[in-house]
Design a protein around this ligand. Structure first.
Ligand code: HEC
Ligand code: HEC
Length: 174
């Protein structure tokens, strides 16, 4: 499907991240965000962001254990309730969950899921993420494609383009 081209973008983001980690053995000091000014209450401190990252990694490791031996099968064959990421290999789905969705919005897995009950639909955010996924596919495949004279040969957006590590995308520059 056409959605697949956008999936590549999410997956590339996930891949870059793990390659970077293996090389450096953790985030370099330059990547650690500076503490937020006190007058911005909603902004997470460096320590909070780190614990969210660690929590996501812990959940990914748990699911990886559960699906051991089935990592390369299509997600729809490995998991129970897959509607948009059907053809993605199971291990790549986890990369998308961690980086493409979680890191992009600056949240842990539990923003959209009840931990350990990944197939359930208790939180509205899970379906919203599917709807956002479809919106992004429409932007990339139908809207951006029809804008002439763009510089990039393959102009696209993904979750990070709007969310930039936050649940609610900004309307104004800080
Ligand atoms: C922004 C929301 C969001 C976040 C954050 C998120 N997920 Fe998901 N997750 C989804 C959606 C949406 C699906 C269903 C995808 C589909 O229908 O193709 C899903 C599906 C899954 C599934 C498949 C469950 C099944 O059996 O059907 C697993 C496992 C999973 N997520 C684990 C995680 C883990 C682990 C994290 C954190 C690293 C995480 N998710 C973060 C939205 C999210
Ligand atoms: C074109 C900009 C844009 C893109 C791209 C985008 N989003 Fe959103 N997203 C929004 C806006 C705007 C909201 C609504 C925020 C609000 O409640 O005011 C939102 C809200 C959400 C919410 C609900 C958050 C909550 O807890 O209320 C989820 C989940 C979400 N987006 C996931 C995603 C995912 C996953 C992707 C990538 C597949 C994505 N978004 C791409 C603009 C975008």
């Amino acid at each position: 499907m056409r959605i697949v081209s956008f999936l590549g973008v999410l997956a590339v983001a996930a891949g870059c991240r793990s390659a970077q980690k293996t090389k450096s053995g953790g985030p370099s000091p330059a990547q650690v965000p500076a503490p937020a000014p006190t007058q911005l209450p909603a902004t997470a401190s460096a320590a909070t962001r780190d614990s969210v990252t660690l929590e996501r990694e812990r959940y990914v490791a748990e699911v990886r254990q559960e699906i051991a031996g089935k990592e390369n099968l299509p997600a729809s064959q490995v998991f129970k309730n897959i509607k948009v990421l059907t053809d993605v290999p199971a291990s790549r789905l986890l990369g998308i969950m961690n980086i493409g969705f979680g890191k992009s919005l600056g949240v842990s897995c539990t923003h959209c899921h009840t931990a350990g009950e990944w197939d359930r639909e208790e939180k509205t955010q899970k379906q919203t993420a599917r709807d956002m996924f479809k919106m992004v596919a429409t932007i990339n495949n139908e809207l951006l494609k029809n804008i002439p004279n763009l510089k990039g040969p393959n102009a696209i957006v993904n979750c990070t383009t709007c969310h930039r590590g936050q649940v609610k995308p900004a309307l104004n520059l800080p």
